[in-house]
Design a protein around this ligand. Structure first.
Ligand code: ARG
Length: 468
C-alpha cells in the first residue's frame, strides 16, 4: 500500500494498491493538460471569490499558489507523488501544500468530472486552431504552386488509367477544396467544443451559489452547458475532432499516394527535395518519399482512434464513467499527428520540382482527345452514343493494327480534316471550358475562388496560416 493519502482518504481505511495506481493512473499523458488545468482553476477561484465562497485573501493565496505550481511545472521542478493519479489531483495536492487552509478550498463546488471536461475543451480549442492553421498553410502552398504551374498540364486519371488531360493547377486545386471542407468541419467541431462545462459538479450541479456563466465568460467560452449530466458525460467534441482529424489525414493520405506515384520512375512527374526525402540504408540509388508514405500510414492509426473511442462511448450510462479517461490519448495523438503531417507535407510540396515535360508527354497521346472527337461529332448533331462508338472503333483499330490515330481520323469522312486539329498537343486541355473544368479559363476563375476562400477562412479563425 502506498504511504501518501489520496484526495478521497476520508471515506477509506487504507490507501490505494500499487496495482490500482498502475492501472488507473492517467498522469503519464494528462500532464499535457497542466496549463489548461491551471487556467480553469484560476477562473474557478475568481468565481468562488465573486460569489463570496472564499475571501479576497483566500483568493489571492490560491492564485499565488497556482502561479507557483505553474512555475514549478514549467521548470520541471514539480514533485509528483505516487498517489497523484492524474494531473488534476497532483495540482490540487500541491496547491494545498503551498496555500494551506485556503488551498483546501480550491475544489469547492467542483468535481474532477467537470474539471477534466473543461480542461479537454480548453486544450482542443487551442490545439484545434493550431491544426486549422496548419491546414491553411498547406492550402496556401498548393495555391501558390497552382499559380506557378501556369499552363502546365498532365493526364487526368480514372481507374489510374489516363483519361483526359487537365491543368496541373486544376489537379493541385482539387486538393485545396478537400482541405477547405476539412477547415469547415473543424470550424463546426470547434464551435461545439466552445461550451464551458464548469459548474456541473460531479453530475448534478451544486447547493452552493456557483456562477457558471461568470466562469464561462472569464474563460472566453461562447456559452455554458445547459444540463449538468450532459456537461460531464458529453465527449461528442472529442469524437468529432477524431473524425475531423481522420478525414483530414485521409486527404493527406490520398495526396501522399499521388506524391508516391508521381515521384516514381514510372511516372517521373515530380522530384522531391533532398530535405524532404529519405535514403536507403542498403540501396545507394534510392530516394524515398517517406513523408508521403507516413501521411498515408498514419491515417490508419487515426481511423483506429476514432473507431476505438466511439466503441468506448457507446455503452456508457450517464453521467461520468471512468472509461471517459480514455478520451485523452487518442485525441492528443490524432491532433498532433495530423498537424505534423500537414506541416511535413507542406514543406514537401513547397520544395518539390514538377517535371512538366514528362507530364505533357504523358498527356499528349492522341487518344487523350478521344472525348473531344466524339464531342466534335455531337456538335454536328450525331447522337453521343453513336459518336462514342465511332471514335472507340478508331481507337481499337489504332491499337490493334498499329495505325496512328491521326491517320485514321483524317481518313474518316464523318470526322474530316478539322477534327485533326483536336489532336494537336495541348488542345484537349484548352478545350475544357465549362465552369469548374480543367482548362485555362475555368481554372483562372477557380484560382480566384480559392484565394477568396482562404481569405474567408482566415477571417473565421482570425489568424494567418500556421502562425505558430
Ligand atoms: N483522470 C480522470 C479522467 O481523465 C479525471 C476524472 C476522474 N473522476 C473520477 N470521478 N474518478 O477522466
Amino acid at each position: 500500500m502506498s504511504e501518501a493519502r489520496p484526495l478521497w482518504h476520508g471515506r477509506f481505511h487504507e490507501g490505494p494498491s500499487e496495482e490500482l495506481l498502475a492501472f488507473t493512473s492517467s498522469l503519464e499523458y494528462d500532464r499535457d493538460l497542466a496549463a489548461d488545468d491551471l487556467t480553469g482553476s484560476r477562473a474557478h477561484v475568481r468565481m468562488l471569490a465573486k460569489v463570496g465562497l472564499i475571501t479576497g485573501e483566500e483568493e489571492q493565496a490560491l492564485l499565488d499558489a497556482l502561479r507557483q505550481v505553474g512555475e514549478e511545472l514549467e521548470a520541471g521542478a514539480f514533485d509528483f507523488a505516487p498517489t497523484d493519479e492524474d494531473i488534476h489531483t497532483a495540482i490540487e495536492r500541491r496547491v494545498t501544500d503551498i496555500a494551506g487552509a485556503a488551498g483546501a478550498k480550491l475544489h469547492t463546488g467542483r468535481s474532477r468530472n467537470d474539471q477534466v471536461a473543461l480542461d479537454l475543451r480548453l486544450w482542443l480549442r487551442r490545439e484545434g486552431r493550431a491544426l486549422v492553421a496548419a491546414i491553411q498553410g498547406l492550402q496556401e502552398v498548393l495555391v501558390v504552386r497552382a499559380e506557378e504551374a501556369e499552363d502546365a498540364y498532365l493526364p487526368g486519371y480514372t481507374h489510374l488509367q489516363r483519361a483526359q488531360p487537365v491543368l496541373l493547377a486544376h489537379h493541385l486545386l482539387a486538393h485545396v477544396w478537400a482541405f477547405a471542407r476539412d477547415v469547415e468541419r473543424w470550424r463546426d467541431t470547434l464551435t461545439r467544443t466552445d461550451v464551458s462545462p464548469l459548474g456541473a459538479g460531479a453530475l448534478a450541479g451544486s447547493s452552493l451559489p456557483l456562477d457558471p456563466d461568470a466562469v464561462a465568460d472569464e474563460l472566453g467560452f461562447a456559452t455554458r452547458f445547459h444540463n449538468s449530466l450532459d456537461a460531464v458525460s458529453d465527449r461528442d467534441f472529442v469524437a468529432e475532432a477524431l473524425f475531423a482529424a481522420s478525414l483530414t489525414q485521409v486527404h493527406l493520405s490520398r495526396l501522399g499516394e499521388e506524391v508516391m506515384l508521381w515521384s516514381s520512375d514510372e511516372f517521373g512527374f515530380v522530384q522531391l527535395a533532398d530535405a524532404y526525402s529519405t535514403g536507403s540504408s542498403m540501396l545507394p540509388q534510392k530516394k524515398n518519399p517517406d513523408i508521403a508514405e507516413l501521411a498515408r500510414g498514419k491515417a490508419g492509426r487515426l481511423i483506429g482512434h476514432l473507431a476505438g473511442f466511439l466503441a468506448t462511448l457507446k455503452g456508457l450510462p450517464l453521467a461520468y464513467d471512468r472509461d471517459l479517461q480514455e478520451d485523452k490519448e487518442p485525441l492528443f495523438d490524432a491532433v498532433r499527428t495530423c498537424r505534423l503531417a500537414l506541416q511535413a507535407m507542406s514543406g514537401l510540396l513547397a520544395s518539390a520540382e514538377f517535371s512538366v515535360d514528362r507530364m505533357r508527354a504523358a498527356a499528349d497521346a492522341a487518344s487523350s482527345a478521344a472525348t473531344d472527337l466524339a464531342e466534335h461529332l455531337v456538335r454536328a448533331h450525331m447522337p453521343f452514343r453513336e459518336a462514342h462508338a465511332l471514335v472507340g472503333g478508331l481507337v481499337r483499330q489504332s491499337v490493334e493494327r498499329g495505325i496512328p490515330l491521326e491517320e485514321l481520323v483524317t481518313n474518316e469522312p464523318r470526322l474530316g480534316p478539322e477534327a485533326l486539329a483536336l489532336l494537336q498537343p495541348g488542345e484537349a486541355v484548352r478545350r475544357r471550358t465549362s465552369p469548374g473544368g480543367a482548362g485555362p479559363e475555368p481554372v483562372a476563375r477557380q484560382l480566384e475562388e480559392a484565394r477568396s476562400r482562404l481569405a474567408e477562412q482566415r477571417h473565421w479563425f482570425g489568424h494567418e496560416p500556421d502562425d505558430r
